[in-house]
Design a protein around this ligand. Structure first.
Ligand code: 13P
Length: 279
């Protein structure tokens, strides 16, 4: 099945009361691991890369890898640009036929965030999904993080969403990027933001949040939850353990297949945590 638009994932999830995982890929093993888990659960999903991934492989490479693997399946997956910090990154991902885009100008002052996000809206065809961010999420993603963590201000939400017209809004409500075992969603704040937003919400920093919090997010009109660190660590751990077990290990295929299985396991468990009602 070809890649679907991010709008299809959003619409399918909202109509079925599901929350889509958005899993960051880096390489072929991560991609295969994610898609195997999506095949098992059949929950619509985003696969995503941030522009920082371009240091390893460009948008076209990621598009080819993901769409080639998806050709063998029937699962609805959108390819999403995570944390597009510049309009150039938005243009790069669109040129590579990504089907969902995030503009993240959240570190700019409010008016500038609004202005840049509006331009991203103009660049992004209406048939594709656009995510914008209001408030600045703390922690680090690919070694980058904001100078200052800033919670989403509910009184700015209606104005921002009305002016930018994104299809989903990333919010900062206690969620933190990276392994952050103490991160907790402030559900009172999340409820205020939900009530003010005309579009569904996105929670970044899915790796650090406790299971019981992940399972409640659908009640708050959250449609997408980003998960990266958990998958990356599963892969690194598999290779690390293989080396420790045998410093002369040379079966890269066997260890790579173990890494795919470890990633599938992490992704499948996350999809179930986000959607406790699916079997
Ligand atoms: P984690 O690394 O905490 O899962 O966050 C990922 C993320 O939010 C990507 O945008």
């Amino acid at each position: 099945m070809p890649l679907v638009s991010g709008l299809d994932v959003i619409n399918d999830c909202t109509s079925r009361g599901l929350v889509a995982g958005a899993f960051n890929t880096t390489n072929i093993e991560t991609t295969m691991g994610i898609i195997a888990a999506v095949e098992r659960t059949n929950v619509p999903t985003f696969i995503q890369v941030a522009p920082t991934n371009v240091a390893l492989s460009g948008y076209e490479y990621i598009y080819d890898m993901v769409s080639r693997r998806l050709a063998d399946t029937n699962v609805p997956v959108a390819l999403h640009l995570d944390h597009g910090k510049t309009l150039e990154s938005v243009e790069g991902a669109l040129a590579a036929e990504f089907t969902s885009i995030m503009i993240d100008a959240s570190e700019e002052p409010y008016e500038e965030n609004l202005r840049i996000s509006q331009i991203a809206r103009e660049l992004t065809p209406g048939s594709l999904a656009l995510e914008a961010e209001l408030g600045s999420i703390g922690g680090k993603e690919d070694d980058h993080g904001p100078e200052q963590e800033l919670s989403t201000n509910p009184s700015q939400v209606a104005d921002f969403v009305g002016a930018v017209r994104p299809d989903m809004l990333a919010v900062s409500v206690g969620n933190v990027h990276g392994f952050a075992p103490d991160a907790r969603i402030d559900f009172d704040l999340l409820a205020q933001v939900r009530d003010a937003s005309a579009v569904p919400l996105v929670i970044h920093g899915g790796s650090g949040l406790p299971v019981e919090q992940l399972g409640r997010l659908s009640e708050f009109n959250v449609v997408k939850v980003n998960v990266a660190s958990d998958l990356r660590n599963a892969m690194i751990k598999t290779f690390g353990e293989a080396y420790v077990a045998n410093p002369n290990e040379v079966s890269l295929i066997r260890v790579s297949k173990d890494a795919v299985a470890a990633i599938t396991d992490v992704v499948e468990r996350r999809i179930h945590m986000l959607n406790p009602r699916i079997s």
